[in-house]
Design a protein around this ligand. Structure first.
Ligand SMILES: [Zn+2]
Length: 432
């Protein structure tokens, strides 16, 4: 735990460029302490650490991925103890980065060390990539992977990040949804007009925007943009099977998401979350919304949309389709790209994935829950698409780790299980 505490005391807020160099240097020394030969790669942003521990060129190679940056700790007044002074209370380590992701990456490093101490030589080659920009969207990771494909070649990518399942059963994620964000802006008049003096004369862009949005999605939620669903990979029989076995308690989920009207069965819940795309309005803006009323016809109306995408939808292709749809109806509309990340999914039947799953079962004495995809987005495609390697995400942190929030914490039991799990996975993947 001393190793982890050293790392937690070092702030490393990537978005504010606080302590990043210092944390990278510290991370590097921790990697070297467990025998990992480490190099620091400069990027246009924060550096990436790459380490290797190569044993036998015929053995499979496991690539471990994590990040040393953290979210800002604000609001500071809500922390019971200061965010960069790790403190143990009730069997938990409280600190910013305890779970996300310093505690989990240290568990992986200590898992490697534990295996060597207990069993001697590793049955796998280890490669490690630890970046400093995950909390700002992994801006330079794709370029790094693209230009170091040879160096990073691996048989399986193994990430420990995120919270484990609320049932406390081990959880395995085999992919993520991607994301495409964009904004549509309509402008009619050059400025806001008097709603009486020009009422019925100047058209209102807020109404136009609503009409446009109605052409993009049907009332039952189906996206009406031509070709939106074209490239979606159908779920395999194994994936269908997995969805049906995931535990689901409607009332408990309803309470957690603050939506008491939730009316869905478990299989549909996981299918909608993991295997179906979304088309979400995340913000709408037009006219006057302050106190009182201002009788104007607004000159502009805009909407921000984030669409979560599933394999093999390509965010660039979807953006072109959206733009074409909008321009066909409003050639003067401004459609602005705001960001994207590709989706990924590793088939559960992949042989090396099956081996790793055996290791996880052996560690926990229990079959892990396997979710074909996370609802959220992570840059997992850099491994599956750029490196063509299967990728597995095993969250080590407790369900209530409060990552990104005040009082982030990692249960010590979860930390120790993470160390054991890493050692078991190394062992299992190394078996013929
Ligand atoms: Zn995070």
């Amino acid at each position: 735990m001393a190793t982890l505490f050293k790392l937690l005391r070092q702030e490393s807020i990537s978005t504010q460029n606080k302590g990043m160099r210092e944390c990278a240097a510290l991370m590097r020394s921790l990697m070297e302490e467990v025998g990992v030969c480490t190099r620091l790669f400069e990027t246009k942003g924060h550096p990436i650490l790459y380490g290797e521990l190569l044993t036998d060129k015929h053995a499979p190679t496991l690539l471990i991925y994590g990040h040393y940056d953290v979210q800002p700790p604000d609001p500071l007044s809500e922390w019971e103890t200061p965010p960069f002074e790790p403190t143990v209370r009730d069997g938990r380590i409280f600190a910013r980065g305890a779970g996300d992701n310093k505690g989990q990456i240290v568990a992986q490093l200590l898992g490697i060390k534990t295996y060597q101490e207990a069993c001697g030589a590793l049955p796998v080659n280890i490669k490690i990539v630890i970046e400093g920009e995950e909390e700002m969207g992994s801006v330079h990771l794709p370029d790094f992977v693209q230009s170091n494909k040879e160096l990073l070649q691996a048989d399986l990518v193994y990430t420990a990040d995120g919270p484990s399942h609320e049932s406390s059963s081990p959880l395995v994620l085999l992919g993520v949804r991607g994301i495409l964000s964009f904004e549509i802006e309509l402008q009619n008049a050059e400025f806001d007009n008097h709603s009486g003096n020009t009422g019925n004369i100047v058209p209102n862009p807020a109404w136009d925007l609503m009409e446009l949005l109605q052409t993009m999605r049907s009332t039952d939620g189906r996206v009406l943009i031509e070709g939106f669903y074209d490239n979606i990979r159908p779920a395999s029989a194994e994936e269908e099977q997995l969805l049906a076995t995931l535990p689901f308690e409607k009332d408990s989920v309803a309470q957690k998401i603050g939506y008491p009207h939730l009316d869905i069965d478990g299989k549909s819940y996981y299918r909608k979350l993991a295997l179906e795309p979304t088309f979400n309005i995340c913000g709408l803006k037009s006219g006057y919304l302050e106190d009182g009323i201002k009788t104007i016809i607004p000159s502009k109306a805009s909407v921000k949309i984030d669409a979560r995408l599933v394999v093999d939808q390509d965010p660039k292709d979807i953006f072109e389709k959206v733009t074409a749809h909008v321009k066909a109806r409003r050639p003067d509309a401004k459609v602005t790209f705001l960001g994207a990340m590709e989706p990924s999914r590793t088939p559960v039947e992949t042989a090396i994935v099956q081996k790793a799953l055996k290791g996880i079962s052996a560690c926990f004495n229990e079959e892990p829950l396997i979710q074909p995809s996370l609802g959220g987005s992570l840059p997992d495609y850099v491994w599956t698409k750029l490196l063509h390697a299967p990728s597995l995400l095993v969250p080590y942190a407790n369900f209530d780790q409060r990552n990104h929030s005040p009082n982030e914490n990692l249960a010590i039991r979860h930390f120790l299980n993470g160390i054991r799990c890493t050692a078991h996975v190394i062992h299992a993947v190394g078996q013929n």
